[in-house]
Each structure stands twice: as structure tokens, then as C-alpha cells.
Design a protein around this ligand. Sequence first.
Ligand SMILES: [Zn+2]
Length: 251
Amino acid sequence: MTPQQQERYSRQILLKDIGDAGQEKLLAARVLVIGMGGLGSPVASYLAAAGIGQLVLSDFDVVDLSNLQRQVIHTMADIGKFKVESAADTIAALNPDVSVTALPLALEGEQLCEEVAKADVVVDCSDNFSTRFELNRICVASRTPLVSGGVIQFEGQVSVFDSRDEASPCYQCLYKPVAEGEGETCSRIGVLAPAPGIIGSIQAVEVLKLLLELPTLTGKLLLMDAKSMEWRVIGLPKDPNCPVCSGSQPA
Ligand SMILES: [Zn+2]
């Protein structure tokens, strides 16, 4: 690390679970973030601030005025720009140590497989079920840990699916595929501005802990109800009949 990096990351290097060696791991890491909206904004901002060396950001959408209520990585000046380009500009201004690859497209199929395989951790900040299920299948197949988050109205949830661990459930152990268009979305029923900020920040924490080999939410689901401000952690068992992750298990 350069003297400037030592200073930039000094408060984090002070943590006994991190130190110089941990910070070097973060600087050497590559993280793929799918979606640069309400969750992707805090995820990418905190991972960049924390010194993740390579961030790959994917989102096909452009910034719209109605995004700014919660997608805090973008500003008025970014309206009409690709979200990944707006996010890359914000990150460049925050921390030039971070190399950002901005992919202004719906990452899927072969290209998604390649990006997942190159990543140390994948973060699901998407807003639709087809992406969530496809991303989960690819992460299980390539044994890449996946940090999943979701928000709606006053509620949110986070989990880690770490398929390097034989006992870990996957996203599909928790949810069964639904027809596209089903399910509630923020654009239909709304979301409180800081809710994705809270959940995305927790996703960023889980990414850092995966890279630092600290205990994570693997096998657990964290649930937030911001209206009552009640939080719960429930155990998330692996589904022995899961078509995605059970096949790799010995009978
Ligand atoms: Zn599964």
C-alpha cells in the first residue's frame, strides 16, 4: 500500500479483524454488482470507499427523476445517463484506487457466466425475479458467493448464499420461480427512501466479511420491518429437493 492508501484506509486497518493484510485482500478483490438502483447505490458506494480494487457494475437502465428519491449514487446532472456510467463517475470522484468496469446492458447468458466466474463475490441488487433466479443458478454452478438483498415499502431482507459451503442453501431454496410480472415491485407499491440504503449497506458489510473470511449471514435470513423497527434473523435450511443446489450434493 502507498502512504496515501495507508491514510485513506487507516480507520479500517485499525480493526483487528482487518489490519494491513485484510486491506490488501480488499484491494485485490473483484466484486460484481448487478443493478445500480436503490440497493446498488449504497453497495457500490461503500465497496468503493472501503477499497475494493475492482468493481464490475451492470445495469441497462438510465437515470430518471423518480430514481433520485433513493438511488443516492446519482444526481440531477445524471438524468438520462446510463446508471452504470453515473455510478462510475461518482466512484472515480470518491476513490481513484477503484477500477470500475461499467456494463450498460442486461447482463445475461454467456457474458453473465463469464463475469460471475471472474468475480470473488456477486451482489444481487436487481429488481426482478428472472435475474435473481438466473444469477443464483450461475453462482451455484461456479461456486461464487452471492449476497442477496431486497426491499419493498418499509421492509427489507438480506442473505448470503455461499455455495463453496456444502451446507449453504441457495436463493431457490428460499423462493420458487414465479411467472414474470408477478411479485410486487417498488415501482408499483412504493418504497421508503432510506430502506434500500439500510439493506444495501448491510449487503456491503456481508461482501467485506466474505472477502475477509469473517462469519456471514450464510444459512440465515435477516428481515427488517422499518415501520415497527423490528429486526429478525431466521434460520434458512437447505432444501434437499432444490433443483439448483441439491444436485451437487452426495445422496
Ligand atoms: Zn437451493
